[in-house]
Design a protein. Structure first.
Length: 255
């Protein structure tokens, strides 16, 4: 079942959220509570729109309650980000492939932003670098506006280096690969029976999705233009920089 509704609270309605929903929507109370928990219920109050996260929240006459219900979302098992290291004023996290950075109308419990917000107990944070929704790898998170400015200055100066790994699948001649890699001093390779991984080091400032699309996928095609080479994953494997807190070189590696 996949549906969305918008209901206006009237004077005679219950002004307790969960009771209002049970009275007006033909979905079980248990599943409606889960909708609230995952961030799929919204309060529209004039020009303001926000998620309601407590089943016992009070609502007022004239409020608009939006409910976005999706069976698949309720039953799916969320992937979790993992804290690699907390460096007091910033932290490094690992994001598995497939976790979106932000939620949507149907919830945000599965997304990166909500997981970090929950782990930091509501304290502010600012994302400095991160993989895209469909990619995996490390994320650099600042814990204050001043540290955000510091890290962004390092980023813009090219002083934060990342290692990206493109995993491709296809019939690639190893001799051709060796000759190609030899001309690229910042590349190294890993080959096994089923896959090829190309490692590229770059300053993180240029490691955007467009950069990877324009460069890494082009690399795969250049290696063997006649065979089908399928790009399987791009991962941000490591982040290296001088720690702005302790002034020492650090190299953070993912899982």
């Amino acid at each position: 079942m996949h549906t969305d509704v918008a209901l206006e609270v009237e004077r005679e309605d219950s002004h307790v959220l969960i009771d209002f929903l049970v009275d007006n929507i033909n979905i079980s109370k248990t599943r409606l509570k889960k909708c609230i928990q995952i961030g799929a219920v919204w309060l529209v109050d004039g020009e303001h729109r926000q998620r309601i996260r407590k089943a016992t929240s009070r609502i007022q006459e004239g409020d608009i309650i939006e409910v976005y219900y999706d069976d698949a979302r309720l039953e799916s098992k969320a992937l979790n980000c993992e804290l690699i290291e907390d460096c007091e004023e910033y932290s490094i996290w690992y994001k598995p492939q497939g976790i979106p950075m932000h939620g949507d109308n149907f919830g945000d419990s599965h997304c990166v932003s909500r997981q970090i917000e929950y782990a930091r107990k509501g304290e502010g944070y600012w994302v400095i670098t991160s993989p895209s929704d469909v990619q995996s790898g490390l994320m650099l998170i600042a814990h204050s506006r001043s540290m955000t400015n510091t890290l962004n200055d390092l980023l813009n100066a090219g002083k934060i280096e990342s290692t990206l790994m493109l995993t491709v699948k296809g019939d690639i001649d190893v001799a051709t690969l060796n000759d190609y890699i030899a001309t690229k001093t910042s590349y190294r390779k890993h080959v096994d029976k089923s896959r090829l991984a190309i490692i590229v080091k770059t300053d993180t400032h240029s490691a955007t999705k467009k950069w990877m699309d324009d460069n890494l996928f082009e690399i795969a095609c250049e290696l063997d233009d006649e065979n089908e080479i399928v790009a399987q994953e791009v991962a941000l494997k490591s982040i290296a920089m001088v720690c702005p807190v302790k002034g020492k070189p650090r190299n953070f590696e993912g899982l």
